[in-house]
Design a protein around this ligand. Structure first.
Ligand SMILES: [Zn+2]
Length: 209
C-alpha cells in the first residue's frame, strides 16, 4: 500500500474516508496488515503529506489510531490527549488538518476502560490532572444512570464506558460549537465529524451511525 498523494487525497470524500478506516480496523481485527514499506513511505512523503482523516483519541497505550485503523505514514493526523476531549489548541490542530491540509473526516475515538474517564468518575485529584479531568466531568454528570452514588465510580465498568461514550458525543458538540470553521466545512459536506468507541477487549471500533 502506497502513501497518499495530492492526487489520491483529491479523490477522497468523507464517506470514502470513513470506509477506509472501517476496512483498516477489520484488517487489524483479523491481523491482516496491509503490505506497506514504511521506509519507502518516509521517502514518498518527504515532499509533502496528504492525509485523509483526523483522529482525536486518548493517549492510552492500547489505542494507537495508526495501528487500530491499519494506516501508514502520511495517512492520518493523530491528535491524542487523555480522555479525548477538545480545547482551543486541539481545535486549532483540527482546523489546520481539515481546512489547510485537506482531511475529509474527523473521528472522535473514545475507548472502553479509559483511565482518564475512570479518574473523572472517581473525582481523582492530582497536580495538573485535576484540571484536566474537569474537562471530562460534564460527561460524568450527563450520564444519569445509575442514580445511586455508590455505583457511580470506576468500579462500575458499564458506567465508565457509558461516560466514555457520552464524552465522545460532547466532544463532537464542542467541535461544532467552538469551531465555526469546522462547522461550516461540515455543513458544506466538505468534512464529516463522527464518533466511535474502541473496545480494548476485541480491537473493534464501533462507529456511531
Ligand atoms: Zn483513555
Amino acid at each position: 500500500m502506497k502513501a497518499h498523494t495530492r492526487e489520491t487525497q483529491a479523490t477522497m470524500t468523507p464517506q470514502k474516508s470513513l470506509q477506509f478506516l472501517k476496512e483498516g480496523n477489520v484488517r487489524f481485527q483479523n491481523n491482516l496488515k496491509a503490505n506497506r514499506n514504511l521506509l519507502e513511505q518516509v521517502n514518498d512523503t518527504s515532499e509533502g503529506q496528504f492525509p485523509f482523516a483526523t483522529i482525536l483519541s486518548c493517549i492510552d497505550s492500547r489505542v494507537s489510531a495508526e495501528l487500530v485503523f491499519d494506516q501508514g505514514l502520511g495517512d492520518i493526523f493523530s491528535v491524542r490527549i487523555a480522555g479525548n476531549f477538545v480545547n482551543e489548541d486541539i481545535l486549532g490542530s483540527m482546523e489546520f488538518a481539515c481546512k489547510l491540509a485537506g482531511t475529509k473526516l474527523i473521528v472522535v475515538l473514545g475507548h472502553t476502560s479509559c483511565g482518564a474517564v475512570k479518574g473523572a468518575c472517581d473525582d481523582a485529584k492530582l497536580g495538573n490532572l485535576t484540571s484536566m479531568l474537569s474537562k471530562i466531568k460534564p460527561a460524568v454528570e450527563a450520564v444519569t444512570e445509575p442514580a445511586d452514588k455508590s455505583q457511580r465510580n470506576s468500579k462500575n465498568l458499564e458506567f465508565v464506558d457509558n461516560v466514555a461514550e457520552k464524552n465522545v458525543h460532547i466532544a463532537i458538540e464542542n467541535i461544532r460549537m467552538q469551531s465555526p470553521i469546522l462547522k461550516e466545512m461540515e455543513d458544506n459536506n466538505e468534512i464529516d465529524i463522527v464518533g466511535a468507541m474502541y473496545d480494548i477487549n476485541t480491537g473493534a471500533v464501533a462507529f456511531f451511525e
